[in-house]
Design a protein around this ligand. Structure first.
Ligand code: URA
Length: 230
């Protein structure tokens, strides 16, 4: 959010006072004096006026989890274990999932407390490619590749899916890149050919690859370089 809007939203300043505070160089964001009203304040920035703290965010946290089969992509579930049950960190209630997976889908899952970071990643405009390894009950033919590349009509949402890239690996397996995340999207795409997906594993989200040293159910913090990818 712009710093002028952030300050005006506080009960203590009106817009005229905010303009003056900025011109008089009395506002600091993360230790730096800020006078530009357009300056972006992040969710976790420390904002001060005359060295008095107006907001101190909790530090942002980012994790990569290897989601196992048989757990729900939710923070709470009355029946099943959830991906959050696998995370052993303080302030777990602040964490949320950036891009869900189905109950039996395995693979890369990102978990954070930074809403603007996860929004950037998951909003449709970003068109972040998600790469899935898929195994199916019936053989996969070259016709699938052509159909997925053209887009498939989903009657329920009344939309045509974005072009998706399928690479055939064996007669019953492939690697699929999709840039959106519709409900059960991959299963429904193969369902168009009456072909059941038997195994689905997310290998990658954009430039970020699942760490091959993580066993199903294990997680680790993202490095600064990985966080900066998005
Ligand atoms: N598409 C699906 O059908 N399931 C997932 O878990 C992810 C993508």
């Amino acid at each position: 959010m712009r710093v002028d809007r952030f300050l005006s939203n506080l009960p203590c300043f009106n817009r005229k006072q905010v303009r003056l505070l900025l011109v008089e160089r009395r506002i600091k964001v993360d230790g730096q004096i800020v006078s530009d009203p357009h300056f972006e304040v992040r969710e976790f920035s420390r904002v001060e006026c005359d060295d008095q703290v107006l907001q101190v965010g909790k530090p942002a946290r980012f994790f990569m989890l290897h989601k196992p089969m048989g757990c729900v992509s939710a923070t709470r579930d009355p029946q099943h274990s959830t991906v959050l049950d696998l995370i052993h960190e303080p302030d777990k209630d602040d964490l949320h999932i950036a891009g869900r997976l189905d109950f039996n889908t395995t693979g890369l899952m990102l978990i954070t407390n930074d809403g603007s970071w996860s929004r950037r990643l998951t909003q449709p405009q970003t068109k972040l490619p998600k790469i899935y390894y898929v195994e199916t009950e019936q053989p996969i033919t070259a016709e699938y590749t052509r159909t997925f590349a053209q887009g498939l009509y989903f009657a329920f949402e009344d939309l045509t899916t974005q072009p998706a890239e399928l690479t055939l690996l064996t007669s019953h397996s492939g690697r699929l890149a999709i840039v959106e995340g519709r409900y059960h999207q991959v299963k429904r795409m193969f369902g168009h050919f009456d072909n059941k997906v038997l195994r689905l594993h997310r290998e990658r989200m954009g430039p970020l690859l699942l760490d091959s040293t993580l066993q199903p159910g294990e997680y680790r913090p993202l490095s600064a370089a990985e966080i900066a990818l998005f």
